[in-house]
Design a binder for this molecule. Sequence first.
Ligand code: H79
Length: 613
Amino acid sequence: MRKIKNNLILHFCLIVLVSSCSITRNKKTNENTSSVEINLKNAIPVNSKEAYLKRMQWWQDAKYGMFIHWGLYSSLGGEYKGEMTPRIAEWIQNTMKIPLVEYKRLMKDFTAEKFNADEWVSIAKAAGMKYIVLTSKHHEGFALFDSKVSDYNVMNTPYGKDVVKELKEACAKQGMRFGLYYSHLMDWEHPHAYTGEGKMKRRINTLDFNADEMDRSIYLKEKSFPQLREILTNYGKIDLIWYDMGAGLNVDEIEEFVDITRELQPEIIISSRIGLLPVPKTIDNNMLFDYITTSDNYFTGDDLSMPWEMPGTTNSSWGYRKDDHEWRGAKLILSSLIASASRNGNYLLNVGPMANGEIPSEPIKNLKIVGNWLHKNGEAIYDTKGSSFPWNYNWGYITEKPQNIYLHILNWPNTNTIELNGLLTNIDHVSLLEKGTKLKHVQKGRFLTIDLTGVNKDDLATVLVVHYKDSLLQIDPTISQSLNNTIRLDRVSSIYNKEEALSTWKFKVETPGNYKIQVISNEKGKHENPEWRGSQQIGHIEVAGKTIPLELKRDEEKVNPTLFFYKEIRSNVGEIKFPKKGVYELKLNGFEINAEKHTKEFGLNRIELIPVK
Ligand code: H79
């Protein structure tokens, strides 16, 4: 996603290119795509927005999936010649410069004697996950399926059976949706998997091959396209294809991937990492992917303009890594799931089995805890839509269904009350989702206040249901003070002018007086080395006729409820006086803000104005 947003020029060119190609797309006459014509005309699922949304429905309702990274790297567990790789474990061949002949010998260690497809699916089921995505081939080039295209596959290991087939069958048996990851551009076994120059060159196996002699069309023709045809032909219905690292492919190449995919699996859902592409402005035939994959392990807090999914890890690697015991706890997993759902996103959470086929016990345990919670509270996750409120709340997140607003309390409030601000619809009742117990509440003006006295707190998340009878939920989008008088200015509710590096909020003040200003932001960048950009910019805040120079300091830090590796930083900025009731404006000047993981801008989360007692 970051790639998409960072490339505005490319963005424009691609939009033009993609749409002008659309006319010719169905007219290709070469062998690979001749049959596409018929299929695309008859079955392209994006002929109308309705058809697209219908095809996407199961996935949007599912919310939660299991990612499985399994390959030859799994047998190393991150260790090569007595040393641990400093980077993600599945990159070990590239990072530790392991010669291909030697790496290929790992095939003999792919024993999988404890692999039981039914058991894996049962684990996902018990976790409350609704779909599974398996690495059919990762960057290393080794296929987990019976491939006639390349011998570098699971049939030539001691295990000797087709893993894709077994898992697909187990999924079909247990009613689990099944998707495949396929690294379509990168391949460290093929001599022609050329990804590009500069930084892109690091994605090539330059240890065994000479990048200057590479011809990508050979790789695509010999391995990537035909293997894709194999996985999309030999296993019945495939629900989703997770292309990865497609940056470097040109639009023609991307289109060819799309054509093959849609030809063989018209109902399939395609991930955005198929290439460096813009987010489509409209849902139509020209779409080359169906949903946006966000940056790994990074939830920005935003809703996006089309369906989206955050892929995440349970420790720090995707592939099995034996020294990494920093497992993401159940509460963090659940927070990420709830937060994603509250902004209409899915969460695809990874496990990295060992070469013997065992999934490490710690993530299984944590997944199960979340699964038990979902068993009781699933109504508030599955089939929901995101929050209608344009701001966030400190106590947790919101999901919705017609007539119901679900409040997921992750941080129990000291006041024992939960408050919704801006609600205009009349409430019928408020209850505890799990027990159905009705809760005392008061609705006055734009505030709904719910009394939590006597409510048993669920340490993971307590869900309240706010039930209303009107056909529509009405919300007043004006930002105003909460009942404890704090004013919360979320990045998601700001008007941002990028050229002027200016963020503006308008808000109502009911209680005049002195307020402390605090800026809350997130670290970003590589997970091995999170960075905080607060000290790299200077600017000022203009509010209530005053200009306050801004130099942010790391005054407080805490673990982020959704971002495993990245701290939430609080900076004290000063004080401001609101002399009387009324509408005020706050301008954050000189700060380029952007919540995404790999952008250099400041990762603003919100500004809080807190009354001075
Ligand atoms: O499959 C998982 C990752 O292996 C894959 N995508 C997820 C779902 C992925 N491939 N590349 N990346 C993610 C980006 C990471 C690049 C890095 Fe590196 C690998 C950073 C450090 C090692 C390339 C090589 C850039 C620096 C060295």
